[in-house]
Structures are given as structure tokens and as C-alpha cells.
Ligand binder design. Structure first.
Ligand SMILES: [Mg+2]
Ligand SMILES: [Zn+2]
Length: 367
């Protein structure tokens, strides 16, 4: 029984007489089918990864892709003499994609038949269909976010980072320092709502409340001056990690209420949650307010609980708690009297000034 994903996440190209006209081993000057460059770029911009499964001399084929100016569009290309189903299986493993999210295009019916037989969930297309792939529903994701547009760079960066991590002989801390991590925290805009919604949905492991925020709710919160909806992205010297976190904050005169903090599990080892909390602590300290965070223990967000404790949040009672509406069932309130502390040295943080307008105006006036 076939179990195909609704959308293709990775398309694997044959080269000879599929991506380019001719057979490389016979004619090293093969040229790309003219309209396919556009197809490759279109799919790439939609966040669909692309790779290669070709029977060829690897050095020769990869060099030709470089010369033709399209090598960068293909992740983990497989060029060799084994069965193509093996290449596709290997790729799916390396990308952690289900076979049902993989697709394959080849001019040879026997190659397609071999893949169809060994990997029945993989969608197979004849080369004649190449220029019309972008019109197919399975190559048309519902939304295209900033992250989908840079998905390939994120994966490439990940491969390079992992390889370097595996070869690194120093401590974890030193490796983190060597990454040159930069966290950017920004106010969410209307355009990003879809991405923020997705983050609150996907980050179950590191979601402090297990609450999912619908796009509609987020739109309302962005419009409300008391609320801050913040998105977090991270990059390092290898490239972007993409959107990795979201914070929903409700501000009262004496206390800021952290209604949600969620980070992607991809960045737990970078200390992303801790970095966000340290920054928030300092913003609160500068504004003379306490911080209260909602936390609903689930069987999956224990790491986040630990992160809060390390950031000096406690269960202690405080008069500031009276300003907040009663918590939902099962929600604990963690509290902190925020005191300024130097930020950690492993991550640079760029973020907006959260101090209330009165405060920043007074400061400017007093200068
Ligand atoms: Mg071929
Ligand atoms: Zn307090």
C-alpha cells in the first residue's frame, strides 16, 4: 500500500537526457535543457530540495554541474553505478524524509521501474514531464515562507556543521563558541504569522505551555499594544538555522507575562532557550518589572522546565502575580525578580528594545 505525502520534499534528478541533453561519457559538452534551469530555480524557491541520482563518473558529472552553474541547487548528489533506488533510499535517510516525500525523474523507463519496484512510495516521472512539474499539486506547497526559500541553504549549512562537529576534538563549549552564533529576535509581522503559527505547532518538545496559537489569535495579539509576539532566528558561520523560536509576552506595568516560549528542538543544544531568557531578564530588569512565565508540564517539555530553573525562575509567590488573570488549568506560574546579568559569550543577540515608551522617552529627555 502506498503512503505518499501530500507534497514532495525532495526531487531527485537523473542527469543524462533528463537534466541535460546528451550522455556525458560520450559528450563532455552536454548542455542543460534550457527551460529546466527555471524549473530547478522555481522548485528551489518553493523550499523543495533537489538532488541527483545518475550513472556516471562522479568527478566528471559534478564538475559539469559546476560548469553549468547549477551545482549549488543539488544537495548530496549521488553519482555512481549502483541501483538508483539505493541512492534514493540513502538520500531519504540522510535527509530524514519518508519515501513518500521523495520524487524521482528519469528518461529511462527501466530506471523508473526499478525505483517504483523497490520504493513504491516514491513518485516517479518521465523526463518529458520535467518542465510541467511546477504545475503539479504535489510540487505546490500551500505556503512559501522565508524559511522555505532558504531551506536548501539551511540543509547545506547543517551538513557542513555536522561534519565539522564530528571532526572537532575540543569541548562542546568551545565548539559552540567557534560557531559564531548570532540570534536575532524581532517583532513578528503579519507576513510571518503563518510561520509563527507553524512554530507553535511544531515545537512540542520545547513549548512551555503546549498551547498552539492559531494565526487568527496571533494576528489579534500583534495588533494589541500590550502584547509582544517575537520571533527568533539563528545563524552561524555555516549559514542559517531559520526561524527557531517564538515568544508571546503580555506586558503589565509591574510585570511581564511570558505566555509562551517555544523553541525548535534543532537548537536546544545551542542553548537557544537560555539565551532568550537571559535577554528577556535584562529587558525586564532595565524596565523595572518582574517576569512571570506560564509553564504547563507535559511529558515532552521537561528540558524547558530545566531551562527556566537555570534562568532563576522559581515557584515563589510574589505580589506581582495578582495583576495577572487566573492561569488555565494545569498551568504553573514561574516567577523571577529580574536582575541584570551579562549575556553568555556563546551567542550574540540582536533584539528590539522592549522598554515601555515612557521609559525610553525619559531617558532620551534626561540626556
Ligand atoms: Mg538518463
Ligand atoms: Zn514579582
Amino acid at each position: 500500500m502506498s503512503s505518499r505525502a501530500e507534497h514532495v520534499k525532495c526531487l531527485v534528478w537523473d542527469l543524462d537526457n533528463t537534466l541535460w541533453r546528451g550522455t556525458l561519457m560520450e559528450d563532455p559538452a552536454v548542455t542543460l535543457f534550457a527551460d529546466l534551469v527555471e524549473v530547478v530555480k522555481t522548485l528551489d524557491a518553493r523550499g523543495i530540495l533537489q538532488s541527483v541520482a545518475s550513472r556516471n563518473d562522479a568527478d566528471l558529472a559534478l564538475r559539469r554541474l559546476e560548469e553549468l552553474g547549477v551545482a549549488e541547487y543539488f544537495v548530496l548528489p549521488k553519482v555512481g553505478w549502483g541501483p538508483k533506488s539505493e541512492s534514493i533510499r540513502e538520500l531519504a535517510d540522510e535527509l530524514s524524509f519518508a519515501h513518500g516525500a521523495m520524487a524521482f525523474i528519469d528518461d529511462q523507463p527501466q530506471e523508473r521501474a526499478e525505483v517504483e519496484y523497490s520504493l513504491p512510495d516514491v513518485r516517479c516521472y518521465p523526463a518529458e514531464q520535467a518542465s510541467s512539474l511546477p504545475d503539479l499539486a504535489e510540487f505546490t506547497p500551500r505556503t512559501v515562507t522565508t524559511d522555505s526559500r532558504r531551506r536548501r541553504q539551511m540543509y547545506q549549512a547543517g551538513f557542513h556543521r555536522d561534519a565539522e562537529r564530528a571532526a572537532y576534538r575540543g569541548s562542546d563549549q568551545n565548539f559552540l563558541r567557534s560557531l559564531g552564533l548570532v540570534m536575532t529576535i524581532g517583532r513578528a509581522t503579519e507576513v510571518e504569522l503563518g510561520r509563527v503559527e507553524e512554530l507553535t505547532m511544531r515545537t512540542t518538545q520545547m513549548n512551555t505551555t503546549g498551547v498552539y496559537y492559531a494565526e487568527e489569535t496571533l494576528r489579534r495579539l500583534i495588533a494589541d499594544p500590550a502584547h509582544e509576539v517575537l520571533t527568533v532566528t539563528i545563524t552561524d558561520r555555516f549559514g542559517p538555522y531559520g526561524a527557531v523560536g517564538v515568544v508571546v509576552l503580555d506586558r503589565y506595568p509591574d510585570v511581564w507575562h511570558v505566555k509562551l516560549l517555544a523553541t525548535s528542538c534543532r537548537v536546544v543544544s545551542l542553548g537557544a532557550g537560555a539565551a532568550i531568557l537571559s535577554w528577556l531578564r535584562n529587558e525586564a530588569a532595565r524596565s523595572g518589572v518582574h517576569l512571570v512565565a506560564d509553564f504547563r508540564p507535559t511529558d515532552r517539555n521537561r528540558v524547558m522546565d530545566v531551562t527556566y530553573r537555570f534562568a532563576d525562575f522559581t515557584d515563589d509567590d510574589c505580589s506581582c502575580l495578582a495583576a495577572l488573570p487566573a492561569p488555565d488549568d494545569g498551568v504553573n506560574r514561574l516567577h523571577q525578580e529580574s536582575v541584570f546579568q551579562e549575556l553568555a559569550t556563546t551567542m550574540q543577540v540582536h533584539a528590539p528594545d522592549l522598554r515601555p515608551v515612557e521609559l525610553t522617552e525619559n531617558l532620551t529627555a534626561g540626556r
